[in-house]
Design a protein around this ligand. Structure first.
Ligand code: ADP
Ligand code: MG
Length: 702
């Protein structure tokens, strides 16, 4: 194995042209510490050195331009923060204004009026005249300009520009670097059969050509190769983690489908399962039957019917002599799950309990006893379930609803409640885009339920200005007269709990003015209430004693009131897409036509406008998740924030889906045939992975 130090690990100050001062700046400003870091400091774009425009040809559709002209006198204008430096650059067709706001002193010293310069930069129009702000300038030298082809422009900072390291000048460093490294310094690590099957350019060539391409098409090939490489390496790593878990974990065996499952399935299941539900159950059945711990993520859109999948899995556990628990993030949800399961199981000899923070002491004592002696088959609960005194007789399955509210550490505590770790099924309410799931959760097994039970009417979503609130209230009144119920949701927006509370109270008074007692009754639920009060208010709405539920987002997930057909969201622009989708998922659960009304003011940011439009355009949670990813980028999607698996330099989870699919497929195929990467062809990859190991912090999700 080749583990000699690589030239790419050399400190950046050893590169020709980089003294201690520049090295310091490169480290501070761009995180470039080694030759390898510089090699992976990729160009933003390339300019064709030979393509010099006439100044007169600049027009409003010009984005970047390269011109040659003579520099006029520079004039400093303005005071303090509006201080700027202005100069004209002229060729024989016209003039373009050059403008600097920073490092003015330095620019004035460096440039010589009357001299001919090659200027490159972004063009904007100011008072109808073209202008280039902080252009890249160099004295014009016709001999150099000829035959140079595509020249890289690198991301840089103003501080570096002032130290002669602008986007172009950084190219001198990459050129110096490429001059001293050879193919043996950047050996191929993707297995040869893959390289040749996908007709990829070799790794070394890809690096050379991403910086200094001979042509645009060679650049594209290099780009493809390097993006593929990023995804491929990530997928191989995740695949190995997954395989190791499969290999080394020990799990309880659910070997048979027995009496409990079959009786329920044949006699009490209130509907036909959807194809997606059946498929997922099959996956779970396979997982739990082979003696390894199941660690499965179940993604299903709101209303796709995850609860029944959970119940059937719990019955499977019971058939094999194991207890199971179902954890929900809030008391309301836990209680609701408990009630729903109890009703479904009413004619079955299955014992089920509920444990939350507000379970009374005597009841709690009894429940703990029953869990410990094994007389309870199932327990539903909140965080209270992970608390220390809870001991199970034989825990074989833990189901976690609404995943991202539970931390990894909490989950681990749950595992510790059985000698052999119980199977874990995590159900998410918010779909995650496929690309993100493949990278952030690639080491988990996951199932997707992308099918809603039949007969659902899609929710009609509209956007209304707050000015028309009266009309919206009239509409609600009309629906209530038909026997329906409505949610009116207020956002948590302020930093202070107090302001949110006041905002909600204002809203409540407002709604009350439209819907006075005793003709109408309103429930209100918010974070300041005790669990008992929340529960009472919730139950009044569930039973239909109140027609309207005014709430902050505490009802965001899970609650099921099929008769509610209207969801009004106040200040809808303050909500993220997945939250809006969750809230909308509270209606459209019954047979009635349902509506979601998004109220906003008239001033909306572009992003907010996109979010609202997306909501009005589609009901598909997976499409919404894609849009969310596009708008916010992978770093901000809930639940994946700390995932080191998302740091790609070139590849994009939004724009490079086909490459990701391909990389995943290749990685899977590879590991299927050679799990330990022991084959000769795979030795370079194995070597690469082990060398990279200490360098990256790969956070594990579960
Ligand atoms: P979620 O996936 O959002 O948790 P639920 O499990 O709460 O969804 O199911 C939503 C509703 O759909 C429930 O009222 C449930 O009884 C019903 N449901 C689930 N599966 C089916 C099915 N296969 N056919 C008809 N209705 C179903
Ligand atoms: Mg649910």
């Amino acid at each position: 194995m080749n583990s000699a130090p690589s030239i790419l690990d050399s400190p950046i100050e050893y590169l020709k042209g980089v003294g201690p001062l520049k090295a310091d700046m490169l480290k501070k400003e761009l995180n470039i510490f080694t030759f390898g870091d510089l090699l992976e400091h990729f160009p933003l774009r390339h300019i064709d050195k030979t393509a010099v425009s006439k100044i007169a040809a600049i027009n409003s559709s010009t984005e970047f331009v390269q011109v040659v002209g003579v520099l006029d006198e520079m004039v400093a204008m303005g005071e303090k923060r509006s201080k700027r430096l202005i100069a004209q650059l002229r060729d024989n067709t016209g003039a373009v204004e050059l403008c600097w706001f920073q490092s003015i002193h330095f620019v004035q010293k460096a440039l010589v009026p009357g001299q001919k310069y090659l200027a490159f930069g972004k063009v904007s129009f100011f008072n109808g005249r073209p202008q280039m702000t902080h252009p890249e300038l160099e004295p014009y030298n016709p001999a150099v300009a000829e035959g140079k082809g595509l020249e890289p422009i690198y991301p840089t900072t103003e501080k570096l520009k002032a130290k002669a390291l602008n986007g172009k000048q950084l190219g001198k460093l990459t050129a110096a670097l490429l001059a001293i490294i050879s193919p043996k310094d950047i050996p191929e690590m993707i297995p040869a059969p893959i390289v040749s099957r996908l007709q990829m350019v070799p790794r070394y060539d890809a690096y050379v050509n991403i910086h200094y391409p001979k042509s645009a098409s060679i650049y594209q090939q290099a780009l493809y190769r390097l993006k593929f490489q990023e995804f491929f390496i990530a997928q191989v790593r995740l695949g190995i983690t997954r395989l190791q878990r499969h290999r080394h974990s020990q799990g309880v065996v659910f070997e048979k489908v027995g009496e409990y499952f079959n009786t329920f399935y044949n006699q009490y299941l209130p509907f036909q399962l959807t194809g997606a539900q059946k498929r997922v159950l099959k996956e779970i059945r396979t997982d739990t039957g082979r003696g390894k711990q199941m660690n499965r993520l179940l993604q299903g859109d709101v209303g796709s019917g995850k609860t029944i999948v959970a119940l059937l899995t719990m019955l499977l556990a019971a058939d094999n002599g194991y207890q199971s628990c179902l954890m929900a993030p809030t008391e309301i949800l836990a209680t609701q799950h408990y009630n729903a399961l109890n009703e479904l199981l009413q004619n079955m000899p299955v014992e089920i309990g509920l444990l939350t923070g507000s379970t009374k002491i005597a009841q709690r004592r009894q429940l703990l006893q029953q869990l410990a002696d094994g007389s309870l088959h199932m327990v539903v609960g909140t965080h209270a379930l992970i608390e220390d005194p809870v001991v199970f007789h034989k825990l074989g399955l833990s189901i976690i609803d609404e995943q991202h509210r539970f931390g990894v550490a909490q989950r681990a505590k749950l595992w510790a409640k059985a000698a052999i770790h119980p199977h874990v099924l995590v159900m998410t309410a918010t779909p995650i885009p496929r690309t993100l799931a493949m990278t952030a959760y690639g080491d988990l097994d996951y199932s997707i339920m992308d099918e809603l039970p039949p007969g659902r009417q899609p929710v009609t979503t509209v956007h209304r200005n707050e000015m028309h609130r009266v009309k919206v209230m009239d509409f609600i009144r009309h629906e209530i007269e038909k026997g329906r119920q409505a949610y009116i949701i207020f956002p948590l927006i302020e930093e202070s709990d107090k302001l949110d509370y006041e905002n909600l109270m204002d809203g409540y008074e407002h709604v009350k003015a439209f819907f006075p007692e005793p003709k109408y009754w309103i429930s209100m639920v918010h974070g300041r209430q005790t669990p008992e009060v929340k529960e009472t208010n919730m139950q009044r709405f569930v039973k239909g004693d109140t027609q309207i539920m005014v709430s902050t987002t505490v009802i965001e997930v899970g609650v099921n009131v099929p008769n509610a057909s209207i969801m009004v969201i106040e200040n809808a622009e303050k909500f993220g897409l997945s939250q809006l989708h969750q809230l909308r998922g509270r209606v459209g659960r019954g047979s009635e036509k349902s509506y979601c009304i998004l109220l906003t003011g008239s001033k909306l940011s572009n992003d907010a406008r996109e979010r609202i439009k997306t909501m009005c355009d589609t009901n598909d949670g997976f499409k919404i998740a894609e849009k969310d990813l596009e708008l916010r980028g992978p770093g901000d999607i809930e639940g994946t924030r700390q995932s080191g698996a998302l740091n790609f330099k070139l590849a994009s989870l939004v724009n490079d889906k086909p490459i990701l699919e391909q990389a995943k497929q290749e990685a899977e195929l590879l590991l299927e045939n050679d799990e330990d990467l022991g084959a000769i062809d795979n030795a370079p990859l194995k070597n690469y992975l082990s060398l990279q190991k200490g360098k990256t912090a790969w956070s594990k999700i579960s």
